[in-house]
Design a protein around this ligand. Structure first.
Ligand SMILES: [Zn+2]
Length: 429
């Protein structure tokens, strides 16, 4: 029930208390506010209000008339003035401390895009959900276009920090609620909300101050503080900001990964895993040693002759090492060099027309050729493949020759395992 002149509030009692309670409250208040005893500047005014209240409430007929007037006022308020408390536009529940918020969904594709607002009156719980939804949409679809690169951080920040608040609307909503709860008789909540409106310093701060003074002048001095459901947890803001960054960070990681192979280890490391090793042995050779004046092209025969068997076998060498190589084919029994040839780096050479026989195939890596243009000035690693015996098979309808194929670096797990040999045995005549 309303307390239209604040008589009950002045005495600090609820409407409907027994008369004895009113008398006791009056004696207490009168003692406290008597101008002879209280030197406060408003003591005599307060004392007058208390005396007036008591003169009405101690008299049963006057009190009844007053209560009727209050009840009528209640009806009046309910018919015209009252104001229902504001409801959340999402969950439709009455919320004591509503906020008007705007969240932004940014969707950008190539050169187009838009930032669309999601707005309304929110309770704190629904605002959290809306904030996460907008953050998710914007973080996933905001970065996909030119416009999004500017919009997404701009609106993403607003979403992360709990939405955009248009000025003064919160003041209006909370003030309306203060009045609504006051009209429903919930004075403590009304007073607390009025205090909140004052704190907001918005357009209704002045009204709220007057209302609060009015309540105080009628003896309502309890100052209840409201729990703030809007407190945004810093961890939640941080989590939303991190979500905003997932797409751009993922993109950067993807870019750096996809350009990775150009810097990833190649055959050089394979070389170092097993013999023969191109050990960068070719530290710059002594400048005094004259080199081969014209470096050979790939496949050049360095010594010996191109084999001439009519239906011979073939030998193919692919150089996947980190340096040019020389390959030597020797007679397995005598060790005599039959032919040697040059294989440039990342090139292959095929020698055909090898006649039947057993062969030792050697190779070495190096950089500069010696003056005779037949050997390296220094060898960075040399090896020999297992002995090969080539034999032509004559079948009834065809002649079968063999084809040897080597790759010059040892693949781990490969089926041909060269053994390291010394420079001396490689350079032997
Ligand atoms: Zn809600």
């Amino acid at each position: 029930m309303a307390d239209i002149r604040g008589y009950y509030a002045a005495l600090g009692v609820e409407p409907g208390v027994p008369r004895a309670e009113i008398a006791r409250a009056y004696r207490q208040q009168a003692k406290e506010w008597h101008p002879d005893k209280n030197s406060a500047p408003d003591a005599s005014a307060k004392f007058k209000i208390i005396s007036e209240a008591y003169s009405v409430l101690r008299d049963e007929s006057k009190r009844a008339a007053y209560d009727a007037a209050c009840a009528a006022a209640d009806e009046e308020i309910q018919k015209k003035v009252v104001v229902e408390a504001v409801s959340c536009s999402r969950c439709k529940k009455v919320t004591a401390q509503p906020r008007y918020l705007i969240f932004w969904n940014v969707v950008a594709i190539l050169y187009g895009g838009r930032a669309s607002p999601v707005q309304g009156v929110f309770c704190a719980a629904c605002a959290r959900i809306a904030g996460w939804k907008a953050t998710l949409v914007t973080s996933l679809f905001g970065w996909l276009g030119i416009l999004g690169i500017a919009w997404t951080p701009w609106f993403g920040f607003r979403n992360a920090f709990g939405g955009q608040k248009p000025p003064d609307i919160e003041s209006r909503l909370v003030w309306r609620n203060a009045m609504a709860f006051f009209s429903q008789g919930n004075v403590p909540l009304a007073a607390a909300l009025a205090q909140r409106v004052i704190d907001l310093k918005g357009m209704y701060a002045q009204e709220a101050r007057e209302f609060t003074d009015h309540l105080k002048s009628h003896g309502y001095t309890k100052n209840q503080t409201l729990r703030d459901p809007w407190k945004v947890h810093p961890a939640e803001v941080a989590a939303r900001l991190v979500l905003m960054l997932i797409v751009p960070v993922g993109f950067v990681v993807w870019i750096s990964k996809s350009s990775g192979p150009s810097v990833s280890p190649g055959p050089d490391t394979l070389l170092s895993t097993s013999p023969p090793i191109y050990a960068a042995a070719d530290k710059p050779s002594a400048p005094s040693v004259p080199g081969c004046t014209s470096p050979p092209p790939n496949g050049a025969i360095l010594s010996g002759d191109q084999p001439t068997a009519v239906q011979g076998h073939s030998l193919e060498v692919m150089n996947s090492g980190a340096a040019p190589a020389i390959v030597k084919v020797r007679n397995a029994e005598t060790g005599l060099l039959l032919i040697s040839f040059f294989v440039a780096k990342s090139a292959s050479v095929k020698i055909s027309s090898l006649q039947d026989g057993s062969y030792r195939i050697q190779y070495a890596f190096g950089q500069d050729l010696a003056e005779d243009c037949q050997n390296f000035q220094s060898i960075g690693g040399a090896g020999e493949f297992p002995l090969e015996t080539l034999a032509t098979q004559y079948e009834t309808d065809k002649v079968v020759t063999q084809r040897l194929s080597y790759t010059l670096y040892t693949v781990v797990g490969g089926n041909v395992h060269p053994t390291s040999i010394s420079t001396g045995s490689f350079n032997a005549p």
